[in-house]
Design a protein around this ligand. Sequence first.
Ligand code: NAD
Length: 486
Amino acid sequence: MPTASDTPLDEPYGLFIDGDERTASNDQTLEIIDPATEEPITSVPAATSDDVLTAVDTARRASDEWQQRPPKERSRLLCRLAEAIRDDEDRLARIETLENGKPLSAARTQVQRAARHFEYYGGLADKIQGESIPLDGDHVDYTIREPLGVSAHIVPWNVPIYLFARSVAPALASGNTAVVKPAEETPLGALEVARLADSVGLPEGVLNVVPGDGLEAGDTLVGSPDVDVVTFTGSEATGVEVAKRTVEHVADVHLELGGKSPNVVFPDADIDHAVDETITGIFSNAGQVCSAGSRLLVHEAIHDEFVDELARQTEALTVGPGIDDPDVGPLVSEHQLQTVTEYLEIGRAEVGEPVVGGEVFDGPGYFVEPTVFDGVENEMRIAREEIFGPVLTVIEFADEREAIELANESPYGLVAGVFTENVGRAHRFARDVDAGQIYVNEWFAGGNETPFGGFKRSGIGRENGVQAIDNYTQLKNVCLNIASRD
Ligand code: NAD
């Protein structure tokens, strides 16, 4: 069985600024903890405000040259980075498992998705086009899509390497430079990818990574007047603060926030398949997924049979250190363990004992049993609030109209899923449910190519797909009077 010590960390890590690695200006560091053992893995410098402003300044200075690079050259560099990530998949996956806790096979999938992201936007870099607009015979009018300049990226800890790539790849492809603040818990993946970017020839200063505290490094980054666009991925509360800071200096802001996504199962579904997908939807990454199917709505005709099978399979899930590739790894941190533990107590107070799970394992490690609460009402806290842990709430419904009402009765609108063999019902669900992405008969359907983002309090803007290019470009209109002056 592989162990954590099989993961070669290329220490020491530095703040990655201007193609170089350096200590923090006050020599402070962040200790990185293995969530499976609670042991320190390594430490990285914690950027001060001054360090972050240096990184922004560097990105600003690199901006003109990067914007003027022929798009086909930007394209080649990003595709080379994709290959470098693929070549290093094994090590990067171990690092993701080590700092985040997720099962090794899931970490591999995320590293592959990160590589694919750089490849996808590398492919788009030379296809960012304007339009010509017909006016009258004496005018020629066209639009140009121009990069915004310096992009800032605030990344959470739940899928560190992939979310880094998701945010940064379209920004670089469209000619922006980038400064990234990874989460305090999981900065290693971002620092590793920055090194790979350097190794494939990305010019100095184009990509900078400054791990640090959210309230200091993150706040300084999004508040810097030299930043032109901010992409924030994280919690709603922080996202609102980030948006306010960004608007103060009139920069663009995109928010990718949380969810409490409804997973709706009708009696005409393939039930065995729906159970499998329900388990994938809630217990992947120990439930720490923004698009987790955390609110299961089951038709009353199949409720008992469905919940029995769900409980049986949930009980059989293996829980353990991610490096051993179990079904479910630990939560990322002690803080997250406390949050989930509080929700287990709230759930017990609201509906009583869960049908399965509900316990926290004795340490070391931040392990929680995969848990299912049945008999939940949609207005309860465990049905409305994002728990971000391996906790599923089950709600019964009587008919399609009620299912759609319940699905929509949520402050969030990130994704929604339906399991049914009835094509008309699937389309009605897609039409009537307020969410940025609708899954039919598969949880986590779609990919790098498909736009992703939230309705309601789940966010502003879209990641992925060709649409993400719009986040990092601004439109210029050019109108010429070509009338003869003879
Ligand atoms: P968080 O908001 O606590 O932290 C996210 C990031 O913001 C971290 O890097 C943190 O250091 C930084 N930060 C904190 N305060 C800041 C400030 N004042 N200014 C600037 N940056 C600051 O969120 P989290 O707990 O790390 O992540 C979990 C949340 O992220 C969940 O709500 C989840 O749904 C959401 N999420 C959303 C998506 C999506 O695509 N919609 C993807 C992944 C996670």
